[in-house]
Design a protein around this ligand. Structure first.
Ligand code: LLP
Length: 417
């Protein structure tokens, strides 16, 4: 559930009409709802009940520091995949002791920075990475907390680009060779073995693959305990899907409750979640203006001022995202349009074959754009990155100003004359 609803003909974010936001801040603009993201966060924590737990929000889904700060205020931890994301968390007032560091390519500098910062855990994705972390920790005289990201070889049944838990994927360590890697890790005095983690994919719409992965991890935990390696946490990753069209993913509370049930025999094991999309997707929309309606022989085009550089999911994954008018006009008859942007690529579309009752100058709203929207945006075609605003009840806060022209060439240099 989210807080973007029509009030009469006007689509609102909480108590503010999107039309008012467009006139104040222009378009294209990302609009987020505080109440929605807080509600989604709490769905996870409430369902975890008495099982010790920590939600480590996946920063890659949306890394605006105002949003990170709101989550930090609720006690959230963070799943990061780069030094940049860690710096954002710190900038937002996040607690580094609640940060887990995922990703297959952690550089020496990133590991060093994370060790100085004092993060909760490195999610180690390969044997060479384990040795690299051990070496750096020894050099700095630190103890590095680690978890091994295992690849449980589970088919998440999602888009191949966002499926990560199969043997054929680059992520994690084969669960069958995990024991020997844990033994190597335990032999390093400068490593503290804390946990096990996995992340099998994104936009999963069923609970079963998660539970299958969890079962495999619990078996490994038992095997490790028998070998004298006792873990303090289990991290089930992110990946819970959301409704873009007609998907029916389990509610976060339902999903979390199922996961917790499986841990009944492990009351001291801390459960970590790394949700990104489930917290953020439906907490944000992309607001855009119709520049032109262009009728064609085969297709009608609604050309809008947002493009693939602002929201690449439709172009990159053929993702279907709901597009609705900010203002309903029952007096108009709907026509079918491809909603496209100004970028010079045929792949620059936000939606295809959409029935919309619109006129030039109208506002359209791409729903469920809070996750993997702004964070995947670029300056392609030298377009300015969009503004981001956060609505809190009847208040609107600009949380990132629209880029300015000079931002486009910041850091670039002419050759000497
Ligand atoms: N943890 C790890 C280690 C991850 O790699 C990811 C996402 C997450 C957590 C969060 O997953 P979520 O809960 O958001 O599904 N750009 C794609 C999604 C890529 C997801 C990458 N990893 C999209 O727009 O659909």
């Amino acid at each position: 559930m989210d807080y973007f609803n029509y009030q009469g003909p006007q689509l609102q974010a909480e108590q503010v009409s999107l039309a008012a936001i467009a006139s104040q801040f222009g378009t294209p603009t990302y609009v987020y709802s505080r109440a929605t993201l807080e509600r989604h966060y709490r769905a996870f924590t409430d369902a975890a009940g008495s099982q010790p737990h920590l939600v480590c929000y996946a920063v890659k889904a949306n890394s605006n520091i105002a949003l990170l700060n709101l989550l930090a205020r609720l006690g959230s931890g963070f799943d990061i995949v780069s030094e940049g994301e860690l710096r954002r968390v710190l900038q937002a007032g996040g607690n580094p002791a609640k940060v887990v560091f995922s990703g297959v390519g952690k550089s020496e500098a990133e590991i060093e920075f994370a060790l100085h910062t004092g993060i909760k855990c490195f999610n180690v994705e390969s044997e060479p990475e384990l040795h690299r972390i051990a070496q750096i920790a020894a050099r700095l005289g630190k103890v590095a907390p680690i978890s091994i990201r295992v690849n449980p070889d589970i088919d998440a049944k999602t888009h191949p680009y966002i499926s990560t838990g199969l043997k054929a994927n680059k992520f994690g360590i084969d669960i069958n060779s995990a024991l020997s890697i844990y033994q190597q890790a335990a032999a390093y005095p400068q490593l503290k073995v804390c946990g096990v983690d996995c992340h099998i994919g994104s936009q999963l719409t069923e609970t079963q693959p998660f539970l299958d992965a969890l079962d495999k991890l619990l078996l490994l935990i038992d095997k490790l305990a028998a070998a004298g390696i006792v873990l303090s946490h289990i991290d089930i990753g992110g990946g819970l899907g959301v409704t873009y069209l007609d998907e029916t993913p389990p509610h976060p509370a339902e999903y979390a409750a199922e996961v917790v049930k499986r841990l009944a025999a492990y009351p001291h094991l801390t459960l970590l979640f790394e949700p990104g999309r489930a917290i953020m997707a439906n907490a944000g929309v992309l607001l855009t203006k119709v520049e032109y309606l262009k009728p064609g022989q085969e297709k009608n085009f609604a050309i809008v001022d947002a493009a693939m550089n602002d929201l690449i999911r439709p172009a990159l994954y053929s993702a279907w995202m709901n597009i609705v008018p900010a203002q309903l006009k029952p007096e108009l008859s709907a026509q079918t349009y491809d909603v496209v942007g100004p970028v010079c690529e045929t792949g620059d579309f936000l939606g295809k074959d959409r029935a919309l009752a619109i006129e030039p100058g109208d506002l359209l709203v791409v729903r469920s754009a809070g996750a993997y929207g702004f964070t995947m945006s670029s300056n392609y075609n030298s377009r300015l990155r969009a503004a981001e605003v956060l609505v809190d009840g009847d208040q609107v806060h600009l949380v990132r100003q629209r880029e300015q022209w000079q931002d486009l060439w910041r850091g670039e240099q002419l050759l000497p004359a």
